[in-house]
Ligand binder design. Structure first.
Ligand code: ADP
Ligand code: MG
Length: 314
């Protein structure tokens, strides 16, 4: 079967007064993919997906969902989409099941069909055993999973999730990542935003890196990592804040890039083993105390650092 384009955005701009949150983003997301939009806080991810979901009007540009332009066919386009927003919207004094029943009725589901659908969803988000408890007793992670369940009630072809694992316990995080994979295996297209490169790496068929309102790179994890070639990333952690520029480091042989942020120095280097002794020596001379050294193979974090000169990490 030929793959269709599930989501297409072209030349998207979105301002909030004079803040330019999205500046000329274009993307095509094929049906059946897990597609991650990866970028730091403030990159424009939530704004982009709010426009895709028809919750915000674009200042400029076009969005199409399964071929339907959101500008003229919003109702039709929205039917294809389930959105899991960052803010949780649940009734605390109702049980998990009652919340699902409530939202199911909003989608005109009723009777056995509704009950069966709710059972399936509770199963999928692994909340069956807690379905009778009031939501006020749920952990943050359980609320997020219930929120995901609500977005799936009308059996959308596409699910859009906005940083669904921020601030939750590792177990719920694992369950959410696993349900994303299960949904995708069952044929659903997933658009997933995150600032965790590990999640993008684990989940995605395709990744777009977003920064300051622009899509700065796009491809599979492997394609993106190839951008930085064979460089290692060395992260040095110091006992105190570093001066804005530690001069000599970027002139050391084999060092291609140096980024200083607070107590952290990140360097892209040809061979960590050759450079480290020189860095220690130089730090010692400058009376800077190194408290930890981490060496990373090239990954999405390295790519982000290479493209922007900044770390992706919080
Ligand atoms: P992300 O989801 O990647 O963190 P956002 O889309 O939330 O990014 O934000 C992009 C930019 O737009 C940021 O500079 C943010 O401060 C700004 N912004 C987001 N929402 C609003 C708003 N409602 N009013 C004004 N500025 C906003
Ligand atoms: Mg956001």
């Amino acid at each position: 079967m030929e793959k269709k384009t599930a989501i297409k955005i072209e030349g998207l701009h979105r301002y909030y007064d004079d803040i330019q949150a999205v500046r000329g983003a274009s993307l095509e997301i094929e049906e059946g993919m897990i597609f991650s939009l990866l970028g730091p806080n403030g990159a424009g991810k939530s704004t982009t997906i709010s426009v895709i979901a028809g919750l915000l009007q674009p200042t400029e540009g076009e969005v199409e969902i399964m071929g339907y332009p959101v500008s003229t066919d919003a109702q039709q386009a929205k039917k294809f989409i389930g959105v899991v927003p960052q803010e949780i919207a649940l009734y605390d004094d109702l049980s998990g099941r009652e919340n699902l029943l409530f939202w199911g009725r909003m989608y005109d589901l009723s009777g056995d069909e509704l009950q069966t659908r709710v059972d399936q969803i509770l199963d999928l988000v692994e909340l069956s055993d807690r379905q009778k408890d009031k939501v006020e007793k749920y952990s943050g992670g359980m609320k997020r999973r219930l929120n995901l369940g609500i977005a799936l009630l009308h059996e959308p072809e596409i699910v859009i999730m906005d940083e669904p694992t921020v601030g939750i316990d590792p177990q719920s995080r694992r369950k959410i990542l696993d349900s994303v994979k299960a949904l995708n295996k069952a044929g659903m297209t997933v658009l997933y935003t995150t600032h965790y490169m590990e999640e993008a790496q684990e989940l995605s068929d395709q990744i777009a890196i977003m920064d300051q309102g622009e899509i700065i790179a796009r491809g599979t994890n492997d394609e993106l990592v190839k951008i930085v070639g064979e460089y290692d990333r060395v992260e040095l952690v110091f006992s105190s804040e570093l001066p804005a520029k530690v001069n000599s480091w970027d002139t050391l042989p084999g060092v291609s890039q140096v980024t200083i942020e607070g107590q952290y120095a990140n360097l892209l280097v040809e061979d960590a083993n050759l450079v480290l002794p020189k860095l220690f020596e130089s730090a010692g001379k400058a009376n800077l105390q190194i408290t930890a050294v981490n060496i990373f193979e090239p990954n999405l974090e390295t790519v982000f650092l290479h493209l922007t000169g900044r770390a992706l990490r919080d």
